[in-house]
Design a protein around this ligand. Structure first.
Ligand code: PHE
Length: 338
């Protein structure tokens, strides 16, 4: 018996296997139910007690060696997928999953591109703001009732710190640090203390614009916004409806004529054909003075719009929350829009 076992051990040292078929035959020969290893173990009871331990260990070493060969050779014969594609060069390449831009980024880029082309630059600022830049400098002193228009989240540790409610705060910072002429747009995330629903959220994204120079008038505001709506929506009928913002005087809402071609047009324009797109106006001289800009020499206009609103309009998104859920089934639909 010992001799037989030693012979098997010697055989195993010399073993050479070509492929998976041979490997399988080898496995069956040694360790299948009727293979050599179980057979040897079954013979163990015939061995005298004194030798049982030695023989048992030897059989075990055969089993270990077989398993080692099996796992080593298996690795060798199982090729990686990239090896396989080299075997057959006509095979299609491995599929690479391409990401897509988020609709908010797509729309933000579209808007900023339009203004970059006509000489605006981009300015950014902090999302955690102080009261001065978000409210007071914008002609919204403490206890002014218009503060109710934009309730926000305050940071408890410091009563002066809050989450900005608009990127007009960036415009204040920009005016404080730059002399006119100023042509800048400020994209970014803003916060409002509002209930979450299909149409509104406690945070959203804005793009605000500011143009300060000598002799800037309402005509410049209107022409700039007309150019913008033509570029973004392909629509050239607009109207400026009187409105109120503490930081602009006069103030207006820009509506575009969307049209009433389809059933959806009736729904989104509430049957009027008109759609409100953004708020705008001539910068209030108080705001310019707060930023140490000479109001005898300079005037300017400003506007601000919500990116989500525009994205929902352009892509017919019914519920604002889908924009923040990161559901790939939703996001993958924007692949071609990049
Ligand atoms: N800051 C205003 C808002 O967030 C938008 C706006 C900007 C209106 C500039 C007029 C001029 O609602």
């Amino acid at each position: 018996m010992i001799e037989e076992i030693n012979k098997h051990i010697a055989d195993l040292e010399k073993i050479k296997l070509k492929d998976n078929d041979e490997l399988e035959k080898f496995r069956i020969k040694y360790i299948s139910k009727k293979g050599i290893v179980p057979f040897l173990f079954s013979k163990l009871k015939e061995i005298p007690d004194a030798q049982k331990r030695e023989v048992g260990l030897k059989i075990n070493s055969i089993k270990e060696k077989v398993n080692e060969i099996l796992s080593k050779q298996k690795k060798k014969f199982t090729k990686t997928s990239s090896d396989q594609s080299f075997d057959d060069l006509t095979k299609p390449a491995n599929f690479i999953k391409l990401g897509s831009r988020h609709p908010i980024s797509i729309v933000k880029n579209k808007i900023t591109d339009i203004f970059l082309k006509i000489g605006f630059d981009i300015s950014e600022g902090p999302e955690i703001e102080d009261d001065w830049h978000n409210f007071t400098a914008l002609n919204l002193p403490e206890y002014h009732p218009a503060r109710d228009m934009q309730d926000t989240f305050y940071i408890n540790k410091n009563p002066d710190w809050l989450l900005r409610t608009h990127t007009s705060s960036v415009q204040i910072r920009h005016m404080e640090n730059n002399d006119p002429p100023i042509r800048t747009i400020s994209p970014g995330r803003v916060y409002r203390n509002e209930d979450i629903s299909a149409r509104s959220h406690c945070f959203f994204h804005q793009v605000e614009g500011l143009y300060i120079d000598k002799g800037v008038s309402f005509v410049d505001l209107k022409q700039t916004l007309l150019h913008f709506t033509k570029e973004l929506f392909g629509k050239s009928k607009i109207r400026l409806r009187p409105s109120y913002f503490p930081f602009t005087e006069p103030s207006a809402e820009l509506d575009i004529y969307w049209g009433l071609q389809s059933e959806a047009d009736y729904r989104i324009t509430k049957g009027t054909g008109w759609l409100e797109i953004l708020g705008c106006g001539m910068v209030d001289p108080n705001v310019l003075q707060n930023c140490k800009i000479d109001t005898e020499k300079f005037s300017g206009f400003a506007f601000g719009l919500g990116i989500e609103r525009i994205a929902m309009l352009l892509y017919q998104i019914e519920d604002i929350r889908t924009l923040y859920e990161n559901d790939l089934r939703f996001l993958n639909q924007f692949r071609s829009s990049i």
